[in-house]
Design a protein around this ligand. Structure first.
Ligand SMILES: [Zn+2]
Length: 248
């Protein structure tokens, strides 16, 4: 009887030890102590500025009853999702249909300590044939600003053209030098002297062109544009640190 008790006790000890060792082995195999993956935009604070809003509709297509402010916001919200997936902290100047003036948009972004700002717009022209995508950057800005604008532009255009190969690339343009923004006139929301971080403004196709406007309201096209712009951020962050181009 005494022997049986001792054998039972020894057996219990061995069982306890072996399950402990197995559990340890299991833990070390399945859950590594230090995860190595760091998202490409980790630590980046990015301001998304959907242009216009509230009482300011922006450009208007009367034939299709489409307002620029709505399209800007729809694309902006999709871009937010894409940038958060890449690890960024996103600040929206507006996330609903509200008015906000240009100086307040700049102040908002500066106060958030943003590393970059992207302003989203769609274009309009008196000629209904005008089409394509263009991107604006302050002509007096530095090389980081210009590289940033190019990266967003090239990737937005690439994504748009893989959706529809006929979409026109209108290039990067310089606010303060390229007409109609010349002779000292500049786009307020991307002013080099009034922002503490690089900024670019995208004009994503023409709402005044019925063919482009019809495409612009499509959910899948908006997603393609948002993913293209996000890819532009990813590419920019491969070459530049978030601190590059800051003036504060
Ligand atoms: Zn606009």
């Amino acid at each position: 009887m005494k022997e049986k008790k001792i054998i039972l006790l020894l057996f219990s000890v061995v069982l306890l030890l072996s399950t402990g060792v197995m559990a340890e082995g299991w833990r070390s195999r399945v859950w590594p102590a230090t995860p190595k993956f760091i998202p490409p935009l980790s630590g980046w604070i990015i301001t998304i500025d959907p242009g216009h809003g509230g009482t300011d509709s922006g450009a208007y297509n009367a034939t299709l009853d489409l307002r620029e402010k709505d399209i800007n916001l729809q694309i902006g919200l999709k871009l937010r999702t894409s940038l958060i997936k890449l690890g960024a902290q996103v600040e929206m100047t507006r996330e609903t249909d509200v008015s906000m003036d240009i100086p307040d948009r700049r102040t908002f972004s500066n106060n958030k300590g943003a590393h970059r700002l992207v302003s989203l717009h769609v274009n309009a022209a008196s000629s209904t044939a005008a089409e394509g995508i263009e991107t604006w950057v302050d002509t007096d800005s530095d090389n980081v600003w210009k590289a940033y604008a190019s990266s967003l532009h090239n990737n937005a255009v690439a994504a748009a053209q893989s959706y529809d190969a006929t979409i026109k690339d209108r290039g990067v343009k310089y606010s303060g030098s390229t007409p109609p923004w010349g002779d000292g006139r500049k786009i307020g929301v991307i002013r080099y002297d009034l922002l503490s971080h690089p900024a670019a403004l995208l004009e994503l196709n023409f709402i005044s062109n019925d063919r482009e406007a019809t495409r612009l309201v499509r959910n899948d096209y908006q997603l393609a544009l948002a993913q293209g712009i996000a890819q532009g951020f990813k590419e920019h962050a491969r070459v530049y640190r978030k601190e590059d181009g800051l003036r504060r």
